[in-house]
Design a protein around this ligand. Structure first.
Ligand code: NAD
Length: 324
């Protein structure tokens, strides 16, 4: 089994290299992202292994088929970056459906706590011996209403965490889970009743721009918004307009609509061409991080193990239980 591993970062090798040796597979760790211009690097490989910002379009799938590649191994649960229709019956596409929902939910809470209590700003101030706390006032989370959109694996972990903070939890999911002890409400009610809204649903045609000018208008003033799911759930320009109009007490974003080429890269010496991203980073009540909600040792270990099991299943014609 030969795998072309795109978008390699040092932390990927730590987890994947020993497993490749164990399985006896060859992994070529490529720093290049998977783009039309780099797809030819997959020549001679059985599979490619990609991450969340490696977008695979229909023409790229044609090319992969021409090169004899048999499978796309996703190092992620989300799969909105692969044209599955184009891949159907031609290439196997396998994902890691769950690696550590706790990691992402804990991170969503970290974003909320940070953007609410301004610990990130306090850290910068005290390192400069600016001990003023002016402008850093937050709100108690206890007894506030948090609206959870999407009660799958991560949403459920988030519910448990919020209960620990003695928050009032309400939820929306088009497929409510009757086994869950949570109060489901309509999306409209969730928007209007929540002091905090946190997104834990996938990016699909139905959820694209779920947060937009119209839905923002339904929200309470001084609401908090947390997004650790996918950037496309939020209409960025509408969010910026609302921030300018002081709608939000705080916004924590681990994901962004136009991450590709910026997130996971060191662009600190560049002029950033994305004006929306630059504008978003300028708000004192907005915290943006680089799609790292998953990034714990436990999650990285699980991603590597399941990805290699997926490769093993393909090589040995076993049941492809993580196929899309
Ligand atoms: P999951 O499949 O277990 O749960 C998703 C839930 O969303 C399901 O209950 C589903 O019914 C619900 N849903 C579907 N359509 C909906 C809609 N229109 N409105 C509201 N809810 C809807 O997925 P999960 O493991 O909990 O992951 C959720 C998302 O988190 C993923 O899709 C991925 O985009 C994101 N994620 C982000 C990171 C990160 O590092 N930031 C890591 C892993 C996953």
């Amino acid at each position: 089994m030969k795998i072309a591993f795109y978008s390699t970062k040092p932390y990927d090798k730590i987890w994947f290299a020993p497993l490749a040796e164990q399985y006896g597979y060859i992994i070529d760790f490529l720093e290049s992202p998977c783009r039309p211009s780099s797809i030819q690097l997959a020549r001679g490989f059985d599979a490619i292994c990609i991450f969340v910002n490696d977008t695979i379009t229909a023409p790229m799938i044609d090319e992969l088929c021409n090169l004899g590649v048999k499978a796309i191994l996703l190092r992620s649960a989300g799969f909105n970056h692969v044209d599955l229709n184009a891949a159907k019956d031609r290439l196997h596409v396998l994902r890691v459906p769950s690696y550590s929902p706790d990691a992402v939910a804990e991170y969503a809470m970290a974003l909320l706590l940070t953007v609410n209590r301004c610990t990130h700003r306090a850290y910068s101030r005290t390192r400069d011996f600016n001990m003023s706390i002016n402008g850093l006032m937050g709100q108690n989370l206890c007894e506030r209403t948090i609206g959870i959109i999407g009660t799958g694996k991560i949403g459920q972990c988030m519910i448990h965490i919020c209960r620990g903070f003695n928050m009032n939890v309400i939820a929306y999911d088009p497929y409510p889970n009757s086994a869950l002890d949570v109060k489901y409400v309509t999306l409209e009610d969730l928007f209007s009743q929540s002091h905090i809204i946190t997104l834990h649903c996938p990016l699909t045609k139905e959820t694209e721009h779920l947060v937009n000018a119209q839905t923002i208008q339904m929200m309470q003033d001084n609401v908090y918004l947390i997004n650790t799911s996918r950037g496309g759930l939020i209409h960025t320009e509408d969010l910026i307009d609302a921030l300018v109009n002081r709608k939000f007490a705080g916004v924590g974003l681990d994901v962004y609509e136009e991450e590709e080429g910026i997130f996971y890269e060191d662009r600190s010496n560049d002029i950033i061409p994305d004006e929306n991203l630059v504008r978003l980073t300028s708000f004192p009540n907005v915290l943006i991080t680089s799609h790292m909600g998953f990034f714990t040792q436990e999650a990285m270990k699980a991603i590597a193990e399941v990805t290699m099991e997926n490769a093993h299943a393909i090589k040995n014609n076993l049941e492809l239980k993580n196929a899309l």
